[in-house]
Ligand binder design. Sequence first.
Ligand code: NAD
Length: 409
Amino acid sequence: MSSSAQRYFEQAATLLNMGASEQKLLLTPLREVRVQVAMRMDDGQLATFTGYRIQHDKARGPMKGGLRYHPEVNSAEVLELASLMTWKTAVVDLPYGGAKGGISVDPKTLSPGELERITRKFIDEIHEVIGPDQDIPAPDMGTNAQVMAWIENQYEKYHGYSPGCVTGKPVEMHGIDGREEATGRGVAIILQATLKRLNRPLKGISVAIQGFGNVGSFAASILHDMGAKVVAVSDVLGGIYNAQGLDIPALQAHVAQPAEKVSSFPGGTPIINAELLACDAEVLIPAALGGVLTGDNAQAVRAKIIIEAANSPTTPEADEIFHQRELVVVPDILANAGGVTVSYFEWVQNRQHFKWELADVREKLAKQMTRAFDDVWNIATEKKVPLRAAAYLLAVGRVARATKLAGIE
Ligand code: NAD
């Protein structure tokens, strides 16, 4: 586990008076699967890749977590992300544990046929350890709804009809309405809940968002619709700033055109990503990469509220500086849990064989996220700790209690 995730866990474990052996029990993954994925490429050559599925904890239910296709996927990273899923599902009180997986491959170099074959071969190797009551994968970096559809189909060749074996599927293949927007919508709901506690209106508040992919673009458009003023947005190539607020629907139409990017949008002044992080906005939403807020740039951040939409965007050094500066930082395990929450609704829908309506999905997402936020805020107030420490206290406490109640023999 990385030093930051382990550090936050240990802080919570100490406050919960957990002994060393209890801590080791919760930190150690239940099962680490590493497989060889061998396949024939389009040119007839044989290629082999390494695939992983790491199941961290199942004390609170079947394990849940995404599958990442990226050249840098490795067992240390997968383990860290698997443990984050355990705390994330616990903090929003979903009846799940945590897992993560992936293949060390650059999906951009694969043809559609190769992407399908690598997915099916991977499921051939891991189908015995996943399943609706065991471990339920979902999309992550480099995978999408189509990949999830192939996973369902391949899994069902072994186990029969089982749509609940994977989430994030296309709506036409047992997926749920509202899954695509869910993480961005959850981020907006969390900002709304934060401002309510700070007695600040959401209407007119200025927001800067790093990343305009799935999470960043939905967060931007939902916040725009709610009345917030999105003043800055960026993608990997750069960003734009407009103190009067960006026209987000027009920006979305702009980037949907081939060869256009965020920074070429005419409705704002071009900025680089470092300027976005330090721009004049009341709220900063990092929604791109991990590790972007560091000891080097934390003093320059002008926002007073940070909503961590990306996983691990804040290094421990930056976190300490934000704490000293009394910024409100809503941690990733709470702020970006909207995706896994709607994945849970999809799994429930599959198990009920009953199609949920979009309005129900949105209403239940708002209820679940707001309740989790209130739980975390109340712990932070009562124990006089930052929101991150409070979120870990809630999550680690829930997993520890379930582990103890189940017994170990
Ligand atoms: P995405 O690939 O759809 O979008 C990523 C965006 O970040 C793109 O706009 C890209 O151009 C931009 N970006 C990449 N490198 C950048 C850089 N150096 N500087 C600025 N921008 C950069 O990914 P996503 O699904 O939106 O995920 C974003 C983050 O949210 C990731 O950290 C992911 O782990 C996390 N997350 C996603 C979900 C989900 O449901 N998609 C759920 C939980 C957490």
